[in-house]
Ligand binder design. Structure first.
Ligand code: EPU
Length: 417
């Protein structure tokens, strides 16, 4: 176990770069299971979750080569239809292999992913989709097993625009006979990135980015090369961090259109945010106004930036309310921020934040990935040193965070706890 020891900083100035998106690259890697031809994925962040997915793919039969930020993956043959528990238990998105395995071989066996720190996270919508495509699904001994002699296109309505279910059903449907329509589909940019990859290997998909996705089944796929989209959540974290200081920071490799609600809220807080080509500049005085936020599926305010934005609102002038509508338990950072002197009360699905706090350096925990990022942001505006424990959560999703922050003059050390 390691911890970060972070010193506060008055002014942030310079440039910070955004890496490839964790939540895009994991399904891209799983999608390679659909084809027996080699694929290369570029702009891959070297994160723990990526390494877990590599291990799962190897067990299934993939030959994987890592060259810098590129991954060559070739699955000439499926050697095992089962994702091993030891890896799935470490990373929920291992469940992404279910759809492509089912499509390619007619059998997929994956351990139940279970809940995690932010909620129960059921998989009922994934299963509803597989069954609609003609699969028989059984649960037993901690596994989900789906079997189908043949998948047949179907109309599938998702009760909630689940990102995971949309990805899995879309991948399963690529080889189903006939047409599949996914209604109330998720519209997240990571779905579009996945669909772009699938189209490059030969899938027929239209409607991505809208709530109705149409997939026409094909029987064969080719190989391809693909550049992973830039990480909109990492980018948003850096924009929020910059806004919290007296700053002039250029956040590089940002797709501004992916972050519209976040940029709008930063501007409401009084921050200057300007697009410069593929980069976004934040100029802030560090004096911020309170704003209210409701998290929503894309294109609404992303739940993954709720915790980092809450750190910002602890120092803004006035009272803010954040309503979390996507996950049922995504306020585990609240007690940690309160340990640093914040004044936040949870009322049902809302957090009421009384601002203008001078946060105090303290020992705190990263209770999940984004909650961990929120603690780093809070630590940078505290009155003295903060130690953030359990940073393995942060390592799952922020590539090279210490080095990137050091580039802006931040003093941050990783210490064995
Ligand atoms: N849900 C169901 N049934 C299902 C699937 C989902 O009820 O079958 C519910 C969930 O319990 C949750 C809501 O629907 O309350 C949203 O879940 P969704 O399936 O959309 O999320 P996910 O695919 O599990 C991905 C990201 C999350 C991100 C969410 C929402 C990955 C690997 N994970 O999760 O990212 O918060 O979409 O945008 O892509 C993170 O990066 O820190 C993270 C948690």
């Amino acid at each position: 176990m390691s911890k970060f020891v972070v010193q506060p900083i008055d002014r942030l100035e310079g440039e910070i770069s955004v890496s490839g998106a964790k939540n895009a690259v994991l399904p891209l890697m799983a999608a390679v299971l659909l084809t027996d031809k080699p694929c290369v994925i570029h702009n891959v962040p070297n994160l723990k979750d990526v390494n877990v997915m590599i291990e799962i793919l190897k067990v299934i039969g993939a030959k994987v080569e890592i060259k810098g930020n590129s991954l060559s993956i070739h699955v000439p043959e499926i050697m095992s239809n089962e994702a091993p528990y030891q890896y799935v238990s470490q990373m929920r998105s291992s469940f992404d292999v279910m759809g492509p395995l089912l499509a390619r071989t007619g059998v997929a066996r994956v351990p139940m992913p279970g809940g995690c720190a932010i909620g129960e996270r059921p998989i009922d919508l994934h299963i509803k989709g597989f069954k609609a495509l003609g699969a028989e699904v059984e649960f037993g001994h901690g596994f989900v097993e789906a079997r189908a002699k043949k998948l047949v296109g179907a109309n599938i309505y998702l009760d909630f625009p689940s990102v995971g279910a949309t990805k899995n059903i879309m991948m399963a449907a690529t080889m189903a006979e006939g047409v599949t329509i996914i209604e109330n589909a998720a519209r997240e940019p990571e779905i579009t990135d996945l669909a772009n990859f699938l189209r490059k290997i030969g899938a027929k998909i239209t409607g991505v980015g809208t709530d109705t996705i149409k997939v026409t089944g094909v029987s064969e796929f080719s190989g391809t090369e693909h550049i992973t989209m830039s990480d909109r959540i990492e980018a948003g974290t850096f924009l929020i961090m910059s806004a919290m200081h007296n700053s002039n920071v250029l956040v590089k490799n940002v797709v501004e259109s992916h972050l519209k609600p976040v940029i709008a809220k930063l501007r409401e807080c009084g921050v200057q945010v300007e697009t410069e080509g593929d980069d976004v500049r934040v100029i802030s005085s560090g004096k911020l106004k309170a704003v209210d936020i409701t998290t929503l599926p894309y294109p609404g305010f992303p739940t993954d930036l709720q915790a980092p934005f809450m750190s910002l609102l602890t120092i803004a002038e006035g009272q803010s309310v954040i309503m979390e509508t996507v996950f049922e338990n995504r306020f585990t950072h609240v007690p940690e921020l309160n340990r640093m002197g914040a004044n936040i009360k949870i009322e049902g699905h809302s957090a009421v934040i009384k601002g203008s706090t001078k946060l105090q350096g303290a020992d705190v925990r990263a209770t999940d990935l984004r909650a961990g990022a929120a603690m780093v942001l809070a630590a940078l505006v505290a009155d003295c040193e903060t130690s953030i424990h359990d940073i393995y959560h942060i390592d799952r999703g922020y590539y090279n965070l210490e080095e990137k922050l050091k580039g802006l003059g931040v003093e941050i050390k990783r210490i064995q706890d």
